[in-house]
Design a protein around this ligand. Structure first.
Ligand SMILES: Nc1ncnc2c1ncn2[C@@H]1O[C@H](COP(=O)(O)OP(=O)(O)O)[C@@H](O)[C@H]1O
Ligand SMILES: CC(C)(COP(=O)(O)O)[C@@H](O)C(=O)NCCC(=O)O
Length: 425
């Protein structure tokens, strides 16, 4: 039997940690418990190997044995459902999201090698010992580390273009997942359900190590219109040098307790405490990021790292917000959607970007953020299995499967969503 089509359905926005669930299953097996021979088999892995982080998306289902066995079994997470003239079955499982630092790529390789996972190629080759395993991969690392994956895991990375993946991932999420997009202003998060017919055009701003700005006009219809090298890598790189923080999370945490006005030169600092109202600048507007450090006779050590981190975060977020707005203006786009792992659903970052977009556009344009912000590329690469007729993600079903008003989980870390894979016969 040959699987023609696999579709992915999200059950609900419950979360559960992969490591915990796997550990539990292994324990059950060791203890000779109910779990018997079944294990959550990892299927359809996709990778986004970026300049800073490796993002992994994969589906694991209660796939207990061969597909022939599943066809006659209805008790192990499988449900046969008629679909018009076509029969299909639903395999329950989880869609997992994980990230690793690219500089620690061996951790990712070790993780993947510790998993029993089925590559899409296995569906066509009975011989699972074949070394022709193929995994969809995007990002620069799909090129840079292709040999390493081949050597260590026997995997061939099937490269999917990074911009194609980002757009496919964003379009899929915006159409398929309820409570995916939201605005953030004054500590208030408002979920926005965008009408599918009214989704395009929009500007997708992906803030990874660097920043790409993409005008999206439809499914697979887009143009990368701009970018900037001042992005997430800049914040983390400069922040590390200036504050001696050991991790990105530490730097972000530090910025919480900081005050950028200690280092930034404000309009009021230049104008003797007054606004420069003639050109619409309030006294509290930043006139020059880090500008105070010029006139003060202070060394780096004299500034609190918290204030440095805050100032840096504000400078970079503001700058990206401004460039994004200018590009939206160029093409008359009202909706600007921000993705990439730099954001991390961090309140101050989102607030700064929103204020920048609002300020520069006089309230005309809106900044929006995504719950799965960091996984656009990996999800897009995952969906590329569709081209082989293997992963057909049914967006309208995803929407239906998410209960109204369900609690939305933070998927910035390593997490998973309960979902089902629909297999057409
Ligand atoms: N745990 C983390 N380690 C390193 N950088 C992180 C982390 N979490 C968030 N970031 C931020 O995310 C950026 C990378 O975002 P990402 O979308 O993964 O881009 P890339 O594809 O270039 O790796 C980093 O430059 C940093 O600003
Ligand atoms: C080269 C990149 C597409 C790589 O993506 P990333 O790993 O940063 O997510 C990105 O870093 C970028 O768009 N940089 C900005 C280059 C520029 O337009 O100036």
């Amino acid at each position: 039997m040959h699987r023609d089509k696999i579709e992915l359905l999200l059950d609900r926005s419950e979360t559960g940690f992969l490591v915990n669930s796997t550990e539990k299953m292994e324990k059950q097996r060791v203890n000779g418990g109910e779990f018997n021979q079944c294990s959550d088999e990892v299927q359809h892995v996709a990778l986004d190997i970026g300049g800073s982080l490796i993002k992994v998306v994969y589906f694991s289902g209660n796939d207990c044995g061969s597909f022939e066995e599943q066809e006659t079994s209805s008790s192990k997470g499988r449900l046969d459902v008629p679909n018009g003239n076509q029969n299909y079955c639903v395999l329950k499982g989880k869609l997992h999201f994980m990230k690793f630092e690219t500089r620690k790529i061996n951790d990712c390789i070790e993780f993947l090698s510790s998993k029993k996972f089925r590559c899409h190629d296995d569906l066509h080759h009975e011989d699972h010992t074949s070394d022709s395993h193929i995994v969809k991969a995007t990002g620069g690392g799909a090129f840079r580390y292709a040999d390493l994956f081949k050597e260590k895991l026997g995997i061939t990375l099937d490269k999917v273009d990074e911009m194609d993946s980002l757009v496919a991932g964003a379009n899929f999420l915006l159409k398929a997942v309820k409570c995916e997009a939201f605005t953030y202003m004054d500590d208030k998060k408002d979920y926005v359900q965008i009408d599918h017919k009214d989704l395009y055009p929009y500007l997708l701003v992906n803030i990874g190590s660097g920043v790409s700005m993409i005008k999206v006009d439809g499914d697979s219809k887009f143009e990368r219109v701009s970018g900037t090298s001042v992005g997430g890598g800049t914040f983390w790189g400069l922040g590390k040098l200036l504050t001696k923080c050991k991790s990105f999370d530490e730097l972000l945490e530090l910025s919480h307790g900081g005050n950028n006005r200690v280092i930034d030169m404000l309009v009021g600092d230049i104008y003797g405490g007054s606004d420069y109202s003639k050109i619409g600048l309030a006294s509290t507007t930043i006139a020059s990021s880090f500008g105070k450090a010029v006139s003060e006779n202070k060394e780096l050590e004299d500034y609190r790292p918290e204030d440095v981190a805050r100032s840096l975060l504000r400078m970079i977020s503001n700058n990206i917000g401004q460039i994004a707005y200018l590009n939206a203006l160029r093409f008359g786009l009202k909706r600007i959607i921000f993705g990439g792992f730099f954001i991390r659903e961090h309140a101050y970052t989102m607030d700064t970007i929103s204020v920048a977009v609002n300020f520069w556009s006089n309230g005309e344009a809106k900044a929006m953020f995504l719950r799965h912000e960091g996984f656009l590329g990996a999800l897009g690469a995952f969906m590329n299995y569709k081209r082989e007729g293997l992963a057909d993600l049914m967006s309208h079903l995803l929407v239906e499967q998410l209960p109204k008003g369900s609690i939305v989980a933070d998927l910035n870390g390593n997490d998973s969503i309960h979902c089902s894979v629909r297999i057409s016969n």
